[in-house]
Write a new protein. Structure first.
Length: 144
């Protein structure tokens, strides 16, 4: 199947923008709407757009990731966030906050909710891309 050069250009131009938006949603999520789920979907949409523009085989060759393993790492990160709460707060997913002071930046508020959101982000990103890639590969086989 031939793909439009303009669509390929547009996909390449949009990919970094979508990744930045996904990280923005991830980082603002534990205080405002957004978070790991929405950020993961927006991030995965960049890979979906590339898959539509270049085809599943080309994107899979360039990415070199097994997105099922990516999902596993996301689950591990989320469970670690929950276990930290269990260890230090005596409740699974209890919030623990670290407030280090960095010169030039000020006081940062880092906590296990953000770590949990990062795990959710990784799981949603990996699952969405794995599903879309499988569907696109199947569709490419049917076209040939």
């Amino acid at each position: 199947m031939t793909r439009s050069p303009f669509f390929k250009f547009l996909a390449r131009a949009m990919m970094p923008i979508l990744i930045l938006f996904s990280i923005f949603f991830l980082l603002r999520g534990h205080n405002q709407p957004g978070g790991g789920f929405v950020g993961g979907l927006v991030g995965a949409s960049s890979i979906v757009l590339m898959t539509l523009a270049y085809g599943a085989e080309e994107v899979a060759r360039q990415m070199r990731f097994d997105f099922r393993r990516v999902m596993l790492w996301g689950v591990i990160v989320a469970v670690i966030a929950g276990m930290l709460g269990l260890i230090f707060q005596s409740s699974f997913l209890g919030s623990i906050w670290f407030k280090p002071y960095l010169d030039g930046i000020g006081r940062l508020e880092l906590g296990t909710p953000a770590l949990f959101d990062a795990g959710v982000y990784i799981v949603v990103f990996g699952a969405t891309v794995a599903i879309v890639m499988a569907m696109a590969e199947e569709s490419d086989r049917e076209v040939e």
